[in-house]
Design a protein around this ligand. Structure first.
Ligand SMILES: Cc1ncc(COP(=O)(O)O)c(C=O)c1O
Length: 484
């Protein structure tokens, strides 16, 4: 047979590709350097949306024109979380080094799950640093996953599978005979309920314990609910305490929850997706100390370690329980003692995913670049900025603080005298949208005790204190414009 002509996806002209790559880096540097002067958000023109809704290209075109199209249709309409005044949801900024690390990681492109190669050791190194950051013991285990939601379900899977005789993996939930019960607060992130649904616990059996005025779980009501459930022949198995709730940054009484979990022999999981890293801020380290005693912890590095999306981490105190929850070795994943098939324990023994990117590299490079001390300063800075904003709100008679400020989340709204609750809601919704549409700042919103509020969540390494002055000034200006 005549051999067909070889084909490849590598460039025909390597030097042209080098030049294009250099141009991309140049453009990114200009983008980050000038981002403060840019609008935080701009609407996407219909024409652009239409260009992103077309049939699959049958034939390719040259790389430079693909990049030009990206610059025209995608780059200018970014979400904005690289901007110094992005405060919506809880979304990190990223860093240049973190982005370059991602480029290098995808250039090396190791599937980081099995085998003897450098990425496996970087992954192990980063998980060990995560343990060190969080005060987990050396012999604990951990895994890097895509984010907080995955980190939480990974931890809760271990908690579920370790429950009772540890037979759930083999026998399924029914064999256990009794209904599992999971405890969290009414302020717990929605991913915990989703996880419970996926794990076969059922949302009905997620006990959402009421919170106090500071949106922290009521430990007395937690204990009462556990007693009630035990009396009803149900099987409490785990409590989720949140270190930094998504709405207000509240910290559940972790010491009390720890004590209760020990008393009733329940798994103590901490959802620290947002706030666990506030442990590095001396103002919060004591209140977060109980994290060190948790059975498991979920936290995000794409939030408060400012690394680019996506990466979160699950830590499990008992490494055996962790491995027992996920490990299996099909014939095609045998490990050897030497060669590429040797090396460290396969990472898929510690989580659901088999294929994994080299997400550890951006954390490794970022921590090498800045060191723990600098991160501690940055996280503390965000918290102090929230306190500064809170002060501005309290000093301004047009504004109303809607929750105690905890960590770096500030909830406030414009609240003119004699306005009804509905009028205040409509006014602040309009303020929010205009702040975004005018490209000034991107807060988001939430509803606290039935009341609409603007919500400023700051895990932004580019924010300056002056941005808080500007934000307050602009909220008032826009509010007054709307009221006329
Ligand atoms: C407390 C908390 N838990 C879980 C999550 C989910 O994390 P992710 O968005 O990384 O999946 C968040 C996200 O903001 C959060 O704040």
């Amino acid at each position: 047979m005549n051999k067909p002509k070889n084909q490849t996806l590598d460039p025909q002209d390597w030097e042209a590709m080098r030049e294009l790559g250099n141009q991309m880096i140049d453009d990114l540097i200009d983008y980050w350097k000038g981002i403060r002067e840019e609008k935080i958000w701009r609407p996407i023109p219909e024409k652009v949306k239409n260009s992103l809704d077309v049939p699959i290209p049958e034939k390719g075109k040259d790389p430079t024109s693909v990049y030009e199209e990206f610059k025209e249709t995608i780059f200018p309409y970014n979400k904005g979380n690289v901007h110094p005044r992005f405060f919506a949801w809880i979304q990190g900024t990223g860093t240049p080094m973190g982005s370059f690390a991602d480029l290098l990681a995808s250039g090396m492109n190791p599937n980081t799950t099995i085998g003897e190669h450098s990425a496996m050791y970087v992954d192990r190194q980063v998980v060990n640093w995560c343990k060190e950051l969080m005060g987990f013991p050396n012999d604990a285990s951990g895994i890097l996953v895509s984010g907080g939601s995955m980190a939480n379900i990974t931890a809760l899977t271990v908690a579920r599978n370790a429950f009772g005789g540890g037979k759930i993996r083999e026998k399924g939930l029914l064999e256990n005979g009794r209904q599992l019960i999971l405890y969290c607060s009414t302020e717990t992130h929605a991913c915990i309920q989703k996880a419970a649904e996926i794990l076969g616990i059922g949302s009905q059996y997620v006990r959402k314990i009421p919170v106090n005025d500071a949106y922290e779980m009521r430990a007395d009501l937690l204990r009462k609910q556990i007693e009630e459930d035990l009396g009803s022949e149900l099987s409490p198995f785990a409590i989720v305490g949140t270190a930094g709730t998504v709405n207000t940054g509240a910290i559940d009484p972790l010491d009390d929850i720890l004590e209760i979990s020990r008393e009733y022999n329940l798994w103590f999981h901490v959802d620290g997706a947002y706030g666990a890293l506030a442990k590095l801020d001396l103002v919060y380290s004591d209140r977060l100390k109980a994290i060190e005693e948790a059975d498991s912890l979920a936290f995000d590095l794409h939030k408060w370690l400012y690394v680019p999306y996506e990466v979160g981490c699950t830590l499990i105190r008992d490494a055996k329980k962790h491995r027992d929850a996920f490990a299996n070795t099909p014939n095609y994943l045998l490990q050897e003692s030497r060669g590429l098939s040797g090396g460290l324990d396969s990472i898929n023994h510690y989580g659901f995913e088999l294929s994994r990117g080299f997400k550890a590299l951006k954390i490794w490079m970022s921590l090498k670049e800045h060191g723990r001390e600098k991160y501690a300063q940055m996280i503390a800075q965000n918290n102090r900025q929230a306190e500064y904003l809170t002060q501005l709100v309290l000093e301004n008679p047009n504004l109303e603080l809607m929750a105690p400020t905890s960590m770096s989340i500030t909830c406030f709204r414009m609240s003119p005298p004699n306005f009804s609750e509905e009028q205040i809601r409509d006014l602040n919704r309009e303020i929010l949208v205009r702040l975004q549409e005018e490209g000034i700042a991107s807060p988001s919103s939430t509803i606290l005790n039935g009341k609409y509020t603007l919500r400023i969540a700051n895990v932004n390494q580019r924010t300056q204190f002056e941005d808080m002055d500007l934000l307050v000034r602009e909220v008032i200006r826009i509010g007054k414009e709307i009221i006329g």
